[in-house]
Design a protein around this ligand. Sequence first.
Ligand SMILES: [Zn+2]
Length: 309
Amino acid sequence: MELPVPFATETVNVYLVKGEKLILIDTGTKTEETRKALNHQLRELGYTLSDIDTVIITHHHADHCGLLDDFDEDVEVVGHPWNEPWITKSPDFIQRYERFYENLAPQLGIPEVFLKKGPSMTRTLIYSCNRSLTHAVREGDFIRALPEFQVIETPGHASTHIALYRERDGLLIGGDILLDRISSNPLLEPPYYGEERARPLLQYNESLRRLAQMPISRILTGHGKDVTNVKELVGERLRKQEKRAGIVLEMLKEKPMTPYEVCVKLFPILYDKQLALTISETVGQLDFLEYNQQVIIDSSSTQWTYYAK
Ligand SMILES: [Zn+2]
């Protein structure tokens, strides 16, 4: 079922699976339009919301789990354990996220005016839910309601991201891991434990390479059409990313810069309105260059400067 969402993708795909139980994979946002569309499409298939026994969420973004509050209390909610602080809107976690971003922003060279605009990283939580998981799943697990599918962890776009793989025919329920028309952004997230943040773009590339090695016949995606040419598309996405990293490296060869300065040059139109997204993407490219030992970071002052090697 394709549902409208108030995000750039405009719609999200959710999947109804009829086995011994009725399962919904992902939900759409907590918005009236989404709610109406879901109820209407379920009715056309002969069901109502209360017929659903289990909801599985592929990751914690509001377009995938926001409508969870609408489901009956006894519905099983399944996903990666790190969804929990997001889907419960844990005040401690949100505060930690804000603090993480406040500490990171000056290091990245982000001007203070952006911080004064408010919590840009958590803005989409208004479209999300306040609900707990009933079952947490990790790499290799099977979900009772969906016995043929095995959980594979696919971090990068979100560190909570899982996909569901059926070995028998190579079908993958893929969430946002690989989309037909658009590349999924690796988003900066606070660390779930310890002090060090994850390197989302590096994780994302790793997840993509893993998919390319699996005999996947079809991906049922979170947005847009199914993907059937997995290896080819992964190759395309990795090449495109490497090309963008090359552009960043050329910029740094001309002049050492802060991540924010790179971001402004890389996204001259978008950076102002979509700083959270564009700075995540920029940091991703810089992480990639750092990992490949193509840049040196001067972190001796509050504001970090990147030099091309
Ligand atoms: Zn997402």
